[in-house]
Write a protein that binds this ligand. Structure first.
Ligand code: ATP
Length: 359
């Protein structure tokens, strides 16, 4: 059984923007699920439509076995944590956590006990009498999580849960959030535009573009086997190299050389087929000396990223560049990026050789 299912879910805002476009998606019970994609792709709209804060224009949303498409937020058994935490500034931590229970008419004593328990689980016991203004960003985030947890919802919805924290706190909060989700086992959907965050936290990721889902998979699947060039370009701390290639005798003809077919390549490729060869900069080796079967090119940019550098090379493909009259005016090239360990960086202008790392 899916914990959450969306069927041909469509959202068109009154201004005509189609934020969700006949989207189908199933999220399993207990999953930690990321909605990932560039700004404006529809992540927040999808989360808010699951929550019931936006009304679907067409299609349906199911939570458990119930169709909730037309139910108000309070009847969906979900809890949403907003990007800015949306805590009540005039209430104490204890009152903030207990507030949803008050709305549900839980009696005062049970409310206080429940709030104390939840605060304890999240390490907030010492802060119960403070107000949100007297808390750090990380503490405020925990209070928002505690408030969401206090009602034991069937589903947690988190909108960019870590975006208000500074870089160091974000790493800490990431670990905390992952542990908490594992312990609670509650189906959790979170929105992020940060692919590193999605890869680190999620059991599965939906990569979105233009109101549609371009791929759903585990972090390893979307990283190792992107389904299309959009996902390939979006996932990874450095974008994947995408180069035109042609299949010849079980090898790949790329920019005037032959490369072995990658082990995990689609086995349906046929001889003579033109395709896009994708390889991550981390899986290429750079050599300042000629290497058999390597692609050679000229170093154009060297970016120092600490323990390694990202080196960009212009690699001629051998194809002629034509002018408007059909005359050859030069040789086309492709750009390749390769990760080079500290201390072995070339200089711009050097000629270098690049070869896929075996295995
Ligand atoms: P971001 O990462 O920037 O928050 P997102 O992926 O969450 O982006 P949404 O906020 O869901 O994207 O927006 C999807 C599209 O719908 C965008 O084109 C946005 O401008 C539009 N949109 C969002 N909210 C509204 C609204 N209330 N009225 C009209 N258009 C909207």
């Amino acid at each position: 059984m899916s914990a959450i299912a969306m069927r041909e879910l469509t959202k068109v805002y009154p201004n005509g923007v189609r934020a969700l476009d006949a989207l189908d998606l199933e999220i399993a019970d207990g999953e930690f699920f990321a909605l990932l994609g560039p700004s404006g792709c529809g992540k927040t709209t999808l989360l808010r439509t699951i929550a019931g804060l936006e009304v679907a224009s067409a299609g349906s949303v199911l939570i458990g076995e119930r169709t909730v498409t037309n139910l108000p937020p309070g009847k969906r058994d979900v809890a949403m944590v907003f990007q800015d935490y949306a805590l009540y500034p005039h209430m104490t931590v204890q009152e903030n956590i207990a507030y949803p229970l008050r709305i549900r008419k839980v009696d005062r004593r049970s409310r206080a006990a429940k709030a104390a328990d939840t605060a304890n689980e999240l390490g907030l016991s010492a802060l119960l009498e403070r107000r949100p203004g007297q808390l750090s960003g990380g503490q405020q985030q925990r209070v928002a999580l505690a408030r969401a947890m206090a009602c034991h919802p069937q589903v947690f919805l988190l909108d960019e849960p870590l975006s208000n924290l500074d870089a160091r706190l974000r790493l800490e909060a990431r670990t905390f959030l992952k542990r908490l989700q594992r312990e609670l086992g509650v189906t959790t959907v979170f929105v992020t535009h940060d692919q590193a965050e999605a890869l680190a936290l999620a059991d599965r990721i939906a990569v979105m573009e233009g109101g549609r889902i371009r791929q759903v998979g585990t972090p390893t699947e979307v990283f190792r086997r992107p389904a299309n060039t959009f996902v390939a370009g979006f996932i990874g701390s450095t974008p994947m190299n995408l180069v035109d290639a042609e299949v010849h005798d079980g090898e790949l003809a790329v920019a005037g050389t032959r490369l072995p077919m990658p082990q995990d390549a689609d086995d349906r490729v046929t001889d003579g087929e033109k395709l896009v060869y994708g390889i991550r900069p981390e899986y290429l080796d750079y050599s300042p000396e000629p290497v058999p079967g390597a692609l050679s090119g000229q170093v154009v940019v060297v970016e120092n990223l600490g323990s390694f550098s990202l080196v960009s090379l212009d690699v001629p493909t051998g194809d002629a560049v034509m002018d408007g009259a059909g005359d050859a005016v030069g040789v086309a090239g492709t750009s390749l990026q390769v990760v080079v360990p500290e201390g072995r960086e070339p200089e711009p202008g050097d000629t270098g050789w690049v070869v896929p790392r075996p295995g």
